[in-house]
Design a protein around this ligand. Structure first.
Ligand code: S3P
Length: 177
């Protein structure tokens, strides 16, 4: 997992929508002096439109195709904290592109809290739009949980905020002697 200094080449954050991947990732990157990369904004820049519009106009299959290309590219970088999209770990073959020297972390959140946070952030997540969002989030989380479990560690993202979680991840990167 690590180089001679015991430091991973990159950190990969996975977890459900609104689990805090972006806020934790930014905090961690700034404390490490590393670059931060988030799948969705890169996908949006490439497509020239928002994730919501990609889903509405081109469909989820096209979104996943774009996402897979961006994942491969961002995960090849070093000294980078990478926040994946919430659905990416569950796509076939996704974990195969994660380099060995990657510290992967699953940020755990319940469907209820994810939906509450997502609705507070506005309608940017097509899979949580509309009626019965909590039921759909529950079903998605159940379907995806095994893929999130492939991360090396998991942290509770409901009880702790970005500053504490980034601190926890730093501790995992440089174990106390
Ligand atoms: C998705 C999660 C979103 C975004 C898209 C699909 C998913 O990313 O990629 O709306 O399938 O869970 P966030 O996890 O950053 O919200």
């Amino acid at each position: 997992m690590v180089n001679g200094n015991n430091v991973p080449g990159r950190v990969l954050l996975v977890g459900f929508m609104a689990s805090g991947k972006s806020s934790v990732g930014k905090e961690l990157a700034s404390r490490l002096g590393w670059d931060f990369q988030d799948f969705d904004p890169v996908i949006e820049a490439r497509a020239g439109k928002s994730v919501s519009r990609i889903f509405a106009e081109d469909g989820e299959v096209e979104f996943r195709r774009l996402e897979s290309g961006v994942a491969q590219e961002l995960l090849a970088r070093s000294d980078t904290v990478v926040a994946s999209g919430g659905g990416w770990p569950a796509q076939p073959g996704s974990w195969k592109v994660v380099p060995e020297d990657t510290l992967s972390i699953w940020l755990r959140v319940s469907p209820e809290v994810a939906v509450r946070r997502a609705s507070a952030e506005g309608s940017t997540r097509p899979l949580l739009d509309g009626e019965d969002a909590t039921d759909r989030a529950t079903a998605l989380l159940i379907a995806r949980e095994a893929s999130y479990r492939r991360a090396r560690y998991s942290l509770d993202s409901e009880q702790y905020g970005p500053v504490e979680l980034a601190g926890e991840i730093l501790n995992l990167m440089v174990p106390a002697r």
